[in-house]
Design a protein around this ligand. Structure first.
Ligand code: SF4
Ligand SMILES: [Zn+2]
Length: 519
């Protein structure tokens, strides 16, 4: 999958404050370091829930946490078959975590700086048990080191010892006799096979090199804090220093957003509305609209909040919409697709990434009805929408003000078009906005809960956060699989094959391997 630029890469790190900054200069006055991340680079905060997951996987794979409690970490979703996130911490991309669909499960792939947070050669000098405590490491002879550094695979004769229990196709860390990390990669043999062989390729390396600076280890020891039961207060607390470092960025983006909203409204004689979906982007858009036209603003104007329920919203989203609307206290117009999805499911079966029959009935129809019923007679409306260029190619190439092609009488305008998700979150934390609690539970996008466009990782998460919804959906899908004559319908559901009308090549191969056959 090719990475695609949808906007500028804006992630920098202040070496003095040790936090991310979205510009070249930190508010403290320091020059920041640019961080290269994979485009489209819609960077965002890793929430305590995400960090817990990273650490859980890190402990399972290597025997130790990767990220310190209370430490600021940034996530960057990178192109992949399912979900993959780059992890940025202490001014470095320290690794990636990705959901491998054939397992299915999360795998942590540390880079050298990440591996050095776990395998610390100084700790080896003081802790005689370190070799037993850590997992998935392979120690090479001095003579093999230059070859490994050069990027060659690790061969069996070059290995002096290994941690026990390494399985084939595991992420492994290659260390020198004094426990310095010199490479990370994937094992091509288990530790038992290595012990029993005289030759062969044991590890295919991915990142290799000597330790240049101990910056990652130094950064790993910040404010210790228990993040097990994280909530919105804790998340805001962790990000406080980052907000201070980005004060100028936040203020500038707010000023631009408010100015854009005022200009757009001033040029049009239309009723003003702002669309609120219970998601982070529309929350910021609503707040900017309030800044522009709310009570006490120099350009005070009436505007209405609109919400079109697809009938597939999370209860948390419905609740958040009600609570936020009450906070802002403006007229509220809503509509719902009600049970339409379930009625049409009986006719069309599961929707697919390549067969989104529900878009028409659950998304477009309700919003069209809402606009036509409430605004068409008065000449239509201007709606502020939380669309951002970093989300997709379609959005990146969209105008900032446009005439809706599908909803008669609606003009859309995007005040936060140029914001990354990180701008959005820093703004939310700074202004103490009332965001949807689902963001604290591993969700990064909030919409229809069963959308086939979601990753398998998202569905796996849903299994933990909303077991009753997933149980119902699993049963429904398995029944559909049976009705369609699919062999092993439970695996058809488990591996997410149901999300495609026609399987893409990689999924087709996996379906064949798992014995999932279509009639
Ligand atoms: S977001 Fe997904 S589930 Fe919802 S209407 Fe669109 S395709 Fe269907
Ligand atoms: Zn700074």
């Amino acid at each position: 999958m090719k990475p695609m630029f949808l906007g500028k890469l804006v992630l920098h790190w202040c070496p003095s404050c040790n936090v991310p900054v979205l510009e070249e200069k930190c508010a403290c006055g320091c020059q920041t370091n640019f961080i290269t991340v994979t485009p489209p680079a819609d960077i965002r905060p890793a929430f305590p829930y995400d960090i817990n997951r990273i650490n859980e996987v890190s402990v399972r794979q290597f025997g130790k946490k990767l990220i310190a409690d209370g430490e600021v970490a940034v996530y960057n979703k990178a192109p992949y078959d399912d979900r993959m996130e780059e992890i940025i911490c202490g001014g470095d991309v320290i690794g990636t975590i990705r959901f491998e669909i054939d397992k299915p499960g999360w795998v942590l792939m540390p880079r050298l700086s990440g591996a050095r947070r776990i395998f610390n050669k100084k700790e080896k000098e003081t802790n005689p048990n370190i070799e037993k405590q850590l997992k998935n490491w392979i120690m090479v002879h001095e003579s093999a080191i230059p070859y490994v550094i050069d990027g060659s695979s690790v061969l069996v004769p070059g290995i002096s010892k290994t941690a026990p229990g390494i399985e084939k196709e595991s992420e492994v860390v290659i260390v020198t006799p004094d426990f310095e990390v010199i490479a990370v990669g994937r094992s091509k043999m288990s530790s038992d096979e290595i012990a029993a062989s005289e030759r062969g390729k044991a590890v295919k390396t991915r990142w290799t090199g000597y330790e240049e600076a101990d910056k990652a280890n130094a950064a790993a020891s910040t404010i210790p804090k228990d993040i097990e039961n994280a909530n919105q207060m804790q998340t805001r607390d962790i990000w406080k220093k980052t907000i201070d470092a980005n004060r100028h960025v936040i203020d500038q983006f707010e000023a631009d957003g408010v100015k854009f909203i005022r200009n757009a409204a001033g040029n049009m004689k239309k009723k003003l509305t702002t669309s609120f979906s219970g998601g982070k982007d529309s929350l910021v858009t609503l707040h900017l609209t309030e800044k522009a036209f709310g009570a006490g603003s120099e350009t005070e104007k009436e505007y209405e909040i609109i919400f079109a329920d697809t009938g597939l919203e999370f209860q948390e989203t419905i609740d958040n919409v009600k609570e936020v609307v009450e906070i802002y206290g403006h007229p509220f117009k809503e509509t719902s697709a009600g049970n339409v999805f379930w009625e049409e499911y009986e006719i069309y079966g599961p929707p697919g990434v390549d067969n989104r029959w529900c878009t028409q009935s659950c998304k477009l129809k309700p919003i069209t009805t809402l606009i036509e019923t409430n605004y068409l007679e008065d000449g239509g409306c201007l709606t502020f929408i939380g669309q951002r260029q970093y989300e997709s190619k379609a959005r990146a190439t969209s105008q900032r003000i446009w005439k809706s092609p599908s909803v008669r009488g609606q003009i859309g305008a995007a005040p936060i078009q140029e914001w990354t998700a990180m701008h959005v979150w820093l703004y939310i934390f700074d202004k103490d906005l009332h965001y949807n609690p689902l963001y604290e539970k591993g969700f990064d996008r909030i919409g229809c809960w069963l959308c086939p466009a979601a990753s398998l990782a998202d569905f796996e998460n849903l299994r933990h956060t909303h077991p009753e919804l997933m149980k119902m959906w699993d049963e429904k899908l398995i029944q559909s699989g049976k009705d369609m004559g699919i062999e092993n319908p439970d695996l058809w559901v488990k591996f997410g094959f149901w999300r495609y009308e026609k399987l893409p090549p990689l999924m087709k191969k996996l379906a064949d391997e798992k014995g999932v056959k279509y009639k």
